[in-house]
Design a binder for this molecule. Structure first.
Ligand SMILES: [Fe+2]
Ligand SMILES: [Fe+2]
Length: 240
């Protein structure tokens, strides 16, 4: 049942060749705390997945099949919907940490080194909690077999994390140096930016599917308890 104030886009008679672009134009600027109800004649799965990919996983939606065989999809911004599982939380944390680090680079580029140093501290605090979760709760509990080259992906992950922490410490020290300048900090930021994005990509492609599969085999009560523990550690909602 559609509420009178609900924004609705009826795509039931839109030709399938135009579905994607019409829906994209409607959802790309979803307002904060807004939602949009899309009506489809056919199953909306592929359209929604494709829209979500185009919008960098920023969409959350629920699907309902109507008695007349049409489909209703309620779309919201992903960050406004509570996390559904541990993997969802980790991905959101990657985005949040990336945004903080991008802010450090932006402030440094503008010569605002004190502000950049402050955001860098926030980034490192968040990073340490993130890594504690991945090491203490996931790597410690979920065994991973070596890949074809004989490298255990968990060991590779832990090594990459220590490298990220090491580079972060160097940047914090560079900011803390009374003679710090944009030209001394920027190259260190550029190195970590590259390393971090490669690491996150590898982690999302290799580790998250392994963890997701392992967690899905655990009893639901255990999955819920782990999610609650992680959300508490992250003080979830504090950053919103
Ligand atoms: Fe991670
Ligand atoms: Fe990581």
């Amino acid at each position: 049942m559609v509420r009178p104030e609900q924004q609705v886009l009826d795509l039931r008679t839109t030709p399938s060749s135009q579905l994607q672009s019409v829906a994209f134009n409607a959802v790309k600027n979803l307002p904060v705390h807004g939602s949009l109800l899309l009506l489809f004649a056919e199953t909306p799965d592929w359209v929604m997945q494709s829209l979500n990919l185009c919008l960098r996983n920023n969409l959350a939606w629920t699907v309902a099949k109507m008695v007349d065989e049409s489909w209703e999809v309620l779309v919201r911004r992903a960050e406004e919907v509570p996390p559904t599982d541990v993997i969802d939380v980790l991905k959101r944390e990657h985005k949040r940490l990336d945004a903080l680090f991008a802010q450090v680079i932006h402030l440094t580029d503008r010569g605002r080194l004190d502000d950049a140093a402050q955001v860098m501290r926030e980034f490192v605090t968040g990073l340490r909690v993130h890594l504690d979760i991945e090491h203490g709760m996931l790597v410690a509990a979920i065994r991973t077999p070596p890949d074809v080259q004989g490298v255990n992906p968990s060991d590779a992950l832990v090594q990459e994390h220590s490298e990220i922490l090491h580079q972060s410490t160097l940047i914090e020290l560079a900011f803390a140096d009374p003679g710090s300048q944009v030209s001394t900090v920027s190259p260190l930021l550029a190195i970590l930016a590259g390393y971090l994005s490669k690491h996150e990509l590898r982690e999302e492609l290799v580790m998250l599917p392994i963890w997701k599969q392992a967690l899905s085999r655990a009893p639901q009560a255990m999955q819920d308890a782990l999610l609650a523990r992680i959300l508490k550690l992250l003080e979830y909602g504090k950053h919103e």
